[in-house]
Design a binder for this molecule. Structure first.
Ligand SMILES: Cc1cc2nc3c(=O)[nH]c(=O)nc-3n(C[C@H](O)[C@H](O)[C@H](O)COP(=O)(O)O)c2cc1C
Length: 479
């Protein structure tokens, strides 16, 4: 079947026309000014409002240290001109990595994490003469249901459990008697988070991200409405874990270390590929739907921002100084979090125009930012806009819908997007991410001796072309 090409705009006005036709709220501003201004985060200042999202390359050593490819990526980000560099997912310990090559924070890896941090800052200084206003963070993660050795689940999910695999090779889902993590286990994880944050601070990171997104453990806990015990049910119980660790870290470290969180404000519902059309369709879901955070229980495809807005207020009062807003699950509804032009080889075609996905990100992030105008809020989901992403970013900052705009896939393709925009007022068309999902496909490719292929931008960064060629042979069907 010939698929429709969505991104086909002659110029910015053609994009504006389609936004209007679809009835969306995205605004594009041509004079880039606000993006160039410094932004205060706690006691530090980021020199501009450009950011780089956490983007793992699944290329660490098997014991959780950066490899040459990891170092190369961080250095490219350092040289790129964005002043907010949000370090990639770094696991608390081996069992909770999401893939065999994810980074780990531990006494054994601390030295190499310090080197990569210094290298990133030095690279920035080499290019721009100073690195004082570059803010670099470490994202602390427990992969929960998506831990690479076996699923570690916070609650039984009637829809997602069916595609949560205990045996990935033979595609066998977790059985009916598969256990959920105990309260004792979660209590121990709280202390492990606190120790990891302390170590990140000792290493010298400006901030830590207590990762609560993309349906990993802390994100799943926010949705644990059906869980019994002190971490489930009420809003208070579901937010106990994050509230406890924020309190403990502040008590032990004080305010020198900036606390941030990447937060799913809308989980969405699970999708699958329609075998006839190959387009994504929602799986059968029960209503009321008690299994998602930020999801309207009575109309589950729709967001309900009541709890996410409340949670950000609670976290702000507890001392969280930076919030990166995101949505969806890369595992069961990838079009929500990463609006794409083409899916990975084993994925479904987008069920909505990608602009609708971009607009959802912008609207939900705007809801958070407008509720807390003084809180630095980072926006997500811009890469599909290609060279016009900075125009949407500029408009959103002017309109009070966001404080920083960061790019994810766009930074793998074009790590110096900020520098070009600062120098010329626009991005270079031939360098942009085209959202064709090779990076995602590489992330999913596991069939090699290391248990994981390295992920990067195949169309724009030529060292990934041979890696993709190898990986592609292993990726003919969904795995
Ligand atoms: C290859 C790849 C690696 C990613 N790694 C992370 C990660 O380590 N932590 C995280 O929170 N999100 C991660 N993401 C999600 C992105 O940070 C981002 O939310 C997503 O790509 C949407 O933003 P974009 O439209 O700018 O790409 C990853 C996405 C991709 C495709």
């Amino acid at each position: 079947m010939l698929k429709r090409k969505h991104f086909r705009y002659r110029d910015i006005d053609a994009l504006r026309a389609e936004i209007a036709e679809l009835g969306l709220s995205i605004r594009l501003e041509e004079n880039i000014e606000k993006l160039l201004e410094p932004v205060q985060i706690g006691h530090k200042v980021a020199g501009n409002a450009f950011g780089i999202h956490p983007m793992e390359g699944c290329d660490g050593t098997l014991d959780g240290k950066p490899s040459e490819l990891t170092i190369r990526r961080w250095e490219r980000f350092g040289r790129g001109g964005a002043k907010l560099i949000w370090g990639e997912a770094t696991a608390l310990f081996d069992e909770v990595k999401s893939n065999s090559r994810q980074l780990i924070i531990s006494d054994e890896t601390a030295g190499s994490m310090e080197s990569i941090l210094n290298l990133t800052r030095n690279a920035h200084r080499e290019e721009f003469g100073s690195n004082e206003e570059v803010i670099v963070g470490m994202q602390l993660t427990h992969s929960g249901r998506y831990s690479y050795q076996k699923p570690l689940i916070a609650f039984r999910h009637p829809v997602v459990d069916k595609v949560t695999l205990i045996d990935k090779k033979n595609k066998i889902p977790i059985p009916n008697d598969y256990p959920v993590l105990s309260d004792d286990y979660l209590e121990r994880q709280e202390d492990i988070f606190v120790e990891a944050a302390k170590l990140a601070w000792k290493i010298g990171f400006d901030f830590v991200d207590l990762k609560q997104c993309h349906t990993y453990l802390l994100s799943e806990l926010l949705a644990a409405k059906t869980r019994t015990g002190k971490y489930g049910g009420s809003f208070e119980n579901r937010t106990r874990f994050i509230r406890n660790i924020v309190g403990k870290i502040r008590a032990e470290v004080g305010d020198e270390l900036i606390l941030g969180t990447r937060l799913n404000v809308y989980d969405g519902v699970a999708f699958m590929q329609d075998p006839e059309t190959t387009v994504g369709v929602p799986r059968d879901i029960p209503t009321p739907y008690l299994y998602g955070f930020g999801v309207d229980e009575n109309n589950p495809p729709q967001p309900d921002m009541t709890e996410p807005i409340k949670l950000v207020g609670v976290l702000k009062d507890l001392g969280v100084k930076l919030v990166n807003v995101t949505t969806g699950s890369p595992y069961f509804n990838p079009h929500i979090g990463r609006p794409f032009e083409r899916p990975p080889i084993d994925g479904y075609e987008t069920p909505e125009h990608p602009l609708i996905g971009v607009d959802r990100h912008i609207r939900l992030t705007g809801d958070i930012q407008r509720a807390y105008p003084d809180l630095p809020v980072v926006g997500t989901g811009y890469s599909w806009l290609q060279q016009y992403l900075v125009n949407a970013a500029e408009a959103n900052i002017r309109d009070g819908r966001v404080s920083f705009v960061a790019v994810g896939r766009g930074a793998l393709a074009y790590p110096d997007y900020a520098r070009d925009t600062i120098e010329s007022g626009e991005m270079v068309k031939k360098k942009v991410c085209v959202a064709v999902s090779y990076c995602t496909a590489l992330m999913r490719a596991k069939a090699n001796p290391l248990g994981q292929f390295a992920a990067g931008c195949v169309p724009r960064d030529k060292i990934y072309a041979p890696i993709y060629k190898e990986a592609e042979k292993t990726l003919t069907k969904r795995d």
